[in-house]
Design a protein around this ligand. Structure first.
Ligand code: BMA
Length: 336
């Protein structure tokens, strides 16, 4: 794959560690994990499932939107900044959204944010409580101080709304996972288009859970993870997969390649996971056995990839890999 092209801005100083010697897996964990602890805010019960992007502000090089559940277990979004992508200064105050129709802007809860740079602005999508029911909220910012809220993208019930970083076929594009009110026992990834980020349609099925016999870690539900990365081999999508075990749901993650022009067409997807709960901070916490990826940083020149993921719904971890190796792995373990 010497002629593989990876799009995106150059990030030579992104967080990075080389694979440990003799380590057999395709992705490896940061030695500083968990990079964000649960008690980092005076009011936080847990900080996890959070999103980061490169963003210059004063001495900072990165910005992020963090899922911080407080000790009332209210799910809220907070802004954070970082010099190195590892140590984060997270605001004590939660994000205030502006400008929405009052019926949409009435805050109930928000969780599992994603952030994408699109058309020169930063768009946040998250699971937004509308009248108490989960759907996909959208807001934009250009300074990570003021957030302008748009209409919710879909009818309830929906989770894991992930925007693509550019228009496709002249329209904005989003992945999402229609769901139910609770701890949904099913989950497929869908693709939707919009001319204006307000009206969404042309919904297409992307991916269903796998057959148990082929790949059990993703046989109960699947959901889009971080913003897809554009490569000459297709969109690289990291996604979470769920397995209903005798002890409840287990969350792991893998990756797929989606067609560049018609991203609802899956070119290949991993049968083997990229990362599964195994370390103590992934296996114990408020919800044991969960790794839940929501953001990546990558450097197109070196192919380095850093995945930010929630661990056991309690803390944030970071894992590393090389994009060309991951693409090879998707093809090698393909179960499409
Ligand atoms: C999902 C979401 C995630 C969470 C996961 C595991 O349905 O609620 O926020 O990480 O369950 O509890």
């Amino acid at each position: 794959m010497s002629n593989l092209e990876i799009r995106g801005e150059s990030l030579p100083d992104m967080p990075w560690e080389e694979r440990p010697a003799d380590y057999k897996h395709i992705m490896w964990r940061c030695t500083a994990n968990p990079i964000i602890e649960r008690d980092q805010l005076s009011t936080s019960n847990s900080i996890f499932n959070s999103a980061v992007v490169p963003f210059k502000k004063g001495r900072y090089n990165y910005a992020g939107v963090f899922r911080c559940d407080d000790t009332n277990i209210r799910m809220r979004l907070h802004v954070g900044f970082s010099v190195d992508g590892l140590t984060w200064d997270i605001a004590e105050e939660d994000i205030r959204l502006e400008g929405a129709d009052p019926e949409v802007g009435a805050w109930v809860y928000g969780y599992d944010p994603r952030v994408v740079k699109l058309d020169g602005r930063y768009y946040v999508t998250w699971c937004n409580g509308y009248q108490g029911e989960p759907t996909i909220g959208i807001a934009w910012t250009d300074d990570f101080e003021t957030f302008h809220q748009l209409e919710n993208a879909f009818l309830p019930y929906n989770r894991n709304g992930v925007l693509f970083p550019r228009k496709i076929g002249g329209r904005y594009a989003m992945l999402s996972r229609p769901s139910d009110k609770g701890h949904t026992p099913f989950g497929d990834i869908y693709y939707s288009e919009s001319p204006d980020l307000e009206f969404w349609g042309r919904h297409r099925l992307v991916m269903r859970p796998s057959e148990f016999r082929d790949s059990a870690w993703q046989c109960t539900k699947v959901g889009a993870g971080p913003v897809p990365i554009e490569t000459s081999e297709g969109w690289l999508l990291i996604y979470h997969g769920v397995h209903a075990t005798c002890n409840g749901f287990n969350y792991s993650f893998g990756a797929a390649l989606l067609d560049l022009d018609r991203p609802w067409k899956v070119i290949a997807r991993t049968g083997a996971y990229l990362l599964a709960p195994r370390e103590i901070y992934e296996c114990t916490g408020d919800v044991p056995n969960v790794v839940f990826p929501c953001a990546t940083l990558h450097d197109p020149q070196t192919g380095r990839l850093a995945v930010y993921y929630g661990c056991a719904d309690t803390v944030v971890g970071l894992a590393f890999g090389y994009i060309p190796e991951i693409i090879e792995f998707i093809k090698k373990t393909d179960i499409r």
